[in-house]
Design a protein around this ligand. Structure first.
Ligand code: ZN
Length: 363
């Protein structure tokens, strides 16, 4: 027996909100006609993002990471597990994958030669760093790797990079109470929803948490002093693309990046498609910038944006929604005459990482 009444006509808010987007969005979008104007816009836009992300609320503590464990993986790769205190009582676990001796890639900086280093950042639905680090011995992780080609951290290590794979807040052993279950969906996913409820009424955001933690991780990499910082690479797919975009936009120490599956206009991809994870939704963000504006902050550093033609997250207009945002980025690179440093790598198929992009970047 039917316990509800069928509704024929719905009176929704979407069309009104789309109009409001057109009216109110992007008041600090990228506009610059010279490098000097770009630098002024960049400084102002970074300050806006810093405020919107709630970055002033984070309280750095002494930088210390404890090594917890060491094990050997395939191809002679050594995986070290660490725990970094990013602020008081907040801990970030991460792996460092060391390529086999003799297979490491080195960069020359003046008279010094140091091993190449990369950050490999995870997105959703892959159990945090485990999929990126290629832990196929965990069967749910093996499926996630097959689905999204998620093991780019391990691939980077195989290419000779010392590769750092952190857990974002809310993932793996950083899951909040609601997701601390030995069930596959809880294990693979993250607590962005719970974190955003804790953070936003305090003027903080999940985006801020992710970006702040990564900046502390870069502080740690820098402090170790043994890795090359002149070409520090950051790679991420989907939510990892989001983390890569935000970190590179906010922190000039990221010198090269691959943003895969995360470059599209907010109106189509996060307003019209309004069911994405809470971590994407930063209060007041759209009033100020679109995603391509945030990407423009990376200019003129080397960046590859990877888009898949049938990625449902591109929204109803498909790839054009990605092309429009990359076009904003291109204008910023053109100011520096560095158009060649921004590559838009377009692939067939749906939402998935394509590891061939690493060959484009690394050569
Ligand atoms: Zn999320």
């Amino acid at each position: 027996m039917n316990r509800i009444e069928h509704i024929d006509t719905y009176y929704t808010s979407l069309a009104s909100m789309q109009k409001k987007f057109d009216k109110f969005a992007r008041k600090n979008g990228f506009v610059a006609n010279s490098v000097k104007e770009f630098e002024a816009w960049k400084e102002n836009t970074r300050k806006i993002l810093y405020d919107l992300f709630g970055m002033d609320k984070f309280e750095p503590c002494a930088l210390h990471a404890e090594r917890k464990d060491v094990c050997m993986m395939e191809d002679g790769i050594r995986r070290e597990s660490y725990l970094l205190e990013v602020e008081e009582d907040v801990f970030m676990p991460f792996y460092i994958l060391f390529p086999e001796e003799g297979k490491q890639r080195y960069h020359k900086d003046g008279d010094t030669v140091k091993p190449a280093c990369a950050l490999a950042l995870h997105g959703h639905s892959g159990g945090g760093k485990e999929s990126v680090a290629g832990r196929r011995e965990i069967l749910a992780i093996a499926d996630a790797i097959d689905k999204f080609q998620y093991d780019y951290g391990l691939k980077l290590a195989k290419s000779g990079y010392i590769t750092i794979c952190p857990d974002a807040r809310g993932y793996g052993s950083r899951r909040e109470a609601a997701l601390q279950k030995d069930e596959e969906s809880a294990y693979l996913n993250g607590a962005c929803f719970q974190l955003s409820h804790m953070a936003e009424p305090l003027g903080m955001t999940v985006m801020g948490m992710l970006t702040y933690d990564l900046m502390r991780l870069v502080d740690y990499i820098e402090k170790r002093g043994e890795f090359d910082m002149t070409k520090l690479l950051c790679v991420g797919f989907s939510g990892g693309g989001m983390q890569t975009l935000m970190l590179a936009a906010m922190d000039d120490r990221i010198k090269e990046c691959v943003i895969s599956g995360y470059m599209y206009g907010y109106k189509d991809s996060l307003l019209t498609l309004n069911g994405n994870c809470s971590c994407n939704y930063v209060p007041h963000l759209w009033e100020h910038v679109d995603m391509g504006d945030i990407g423009a902050l990376i200019a003129p550093r080397k960046a590859v944006v990877q888009s898949c033609k049938a990625d449902h997250l591109n929204g109803p207009r498909g790839l054009v929604n990605a092309l429009e945002q990359v076009a904003i980025m291109k204008k910023a690179y053109a100011l520096f005459n560095k158009e060649e440093c921004l590559i838009h790598d377009i692939r067939e198929g749906g939402h998935c990482f394509h590891p061939e992009v690493l060959d484009i970047l690394i050569g």
